[in-house]
Structure formats: structure tokens, C-alpha cells
Design a protein around this ligand. Structure first.
Ligand code: URA
Ligand code: SF4
Length: 214
């Protein structure tokens, strides 16, 4: 893929400007079959930015991130960790829904390294406008977008790290050094055999996040 860079405004007026520009992105092939670009949403002055994987089926139809079951669980966990949910921004590493058809059903497919790399300019542009104190990557795709392909959530979850020191790409917007961490994806909690344990693990990591900005 050619990547999103040429669709990203060089000097965006604000998040709405960025979001508007992203509606026309053809930086990888995912725009062709998805319903629409699903851009981030939330507080423009957020101190914490959450990064998910990609929009799901429900998000693809509504045009908003985390409005389905994973979003409900995320908000519960955020509340329980003591984070003010009205003061956060939520986005995804990849902004179009990747799926395959099985009969009439659209089945989620994990975005590949090429989709993550292609879409990364939108993510970096969001950070450069938001200037958050902390970015929290939810699951492997977000963690790879933030920290590179070798990152393992199971090994390094819940650890605060400097960003973008760990991942500099040519063409990145200048972003003041912020901190970042990864944790599991709320969808992984919903799928886990030990759902309560997985949920507690997510909340524990989010408490670390809350502590980092408190
Ligand atoms: N899962 C994600 O990673 N992002 C969404 O927006 C919804 C579900
Ligand atoms: Fe552009 Fe990202 Fe959509 Fe690919 S997934 S077309 S890079 S917005």
C-alpha cells in the first residue's frame, strides 16, 4: 500500500479537519470494501488516548469507534480504574474495517503489518494535535503500531514507556515525547476462558495508566 501520508493535511486546523480529510483516504485497500472511515473521537484536551485495533462491524456501520460490545467493556474498565471517561480520546490503529465475507456475514480479520504501517500517519497526526500525556494501546495491533512489530503485549503489558523514542518513522509529525503503554484488548477479555481474571488484569493495567497522569 502507498500509505495514508498524502491524505494527511500538512497543517491541520484541528481534529475535525483531520477527520474530514480521513474520509477520503485510499492509503491501503481497506477503504474499498468498508462502509466508511472510522476516525477517533473524544476530548480534544484528553490526557489519555486509547488506541484500539480497527473498527468492528458495528463501528463500521455507525462511523464511530468502540460503540459495540468491546466499547461497553472498555468504558466499564475505565470507570473502575478511576479514569474520567469524559476526558479521554478513543481511536484505532487502523481506521477501516478489515473483514472477509462468509456467506452473508462479515467476519473480522486482523489487520496486517502493511495496514498498520499504511494507517499510522493518521494516528501520529492525532497525537500531534492532542498532545496527550499518555497513550494506551489496546491489544497486539495497537501495540505494534506504537512500539513496532516485535512488541509482545503478554510480555510488556502494563509497563510505562517513552514514546516515540521507541518508534520513529520518516514523515512522522513532530510529537513531543509522551508516555505509552500496552494492555490487552477488551475483545480479548470478552473471549477469555477466565473472563473475570482477564477483566481484572485490564483494570489493573488501567490503574497504572491512571496513576501515570494523576
Ligand atoms: N475494537 C476495536 O479495536 N476498535 C473499535 O473501534 C471497536 C472494537
Ligand atoms: Fe487509509 Fe487507514 Fe483506511 Fe487504509 S485503513 S484506507 S490507510 S484510513
Amino acid at each position: 500500500p502507498i500509505g495514508a501520508q498524502q491524505w494527511v493535511p500538512a497543517h491541520p486546523d484541528g481534529l475535525d479537519d483531520l477527520k474530514e480529510a480521513a474520509t477520503g483516504c485510499e492509503g491501503c485497500e481497506l477503504y474499498a470494501d468498508a462502509t466508511q472511515t472510522v476516525f477517533g473521537r473524544g476530548d480534544a484536551h484528553a490526557r489519555i488516548v486509547f488506541v484500539g485495533e480497527q473498527p468492528g462491524d458495528v463501528e463500521d456501520q455507525h462511523g464511530l469507534p468502540f460503540v459495540g460490545p468491546a466499547g461497553r467493556l472498555l468504558r466499564e474498565a475505565v470507570d473502575e480504574a478511576g479514569i474520567d471517561a469524559t476526558g479521554v480520546y478513543i481511536t484505532n490503529a487502523v481506521k477501516h474495517f478489515r473483514f472477509e465475507m462468509r456467506g452473508k456475514r462479515r467476519i473480522h480479520q486482523t489487520p496486517g503489518p502493511a495496514h498498520i504501517a499504511a494507517c499510522r500517519p493518521w494516528l501520529v497526526a492525532e497525537f500531534s494535535l492532542l498532545k496527550p500525556e499518555l497513550v494506551v494501546g489496546l491489544g497486539a495491533t495497537a501495540a505494534k503500531a506504537l512500539f513496532g512489530p516485535a512488541f509482545r503485549v503478554t510480555r510488556s503489558r502494563g509497563q510505562l514507556m517513552p514514546w516515540p523514542a521507541a518508534a520513529q518513522h520518516p514523515g512522522d509529525f513532530p510529537v513531543a515525547e509522551i508516555r505509552a503503554m500496552a494492555t490487552i484488548h477488551p475483545s480479548a477479555v470478552l473471549r477469555a476462558d477466565d473472563r473475570d481474571g482477564a477483566y481484572r488484569g485490564l483494570v489493573d493495567d488501567l490503574r497504572v495508566a491512571q496513576g501515570a497522569v494523576a
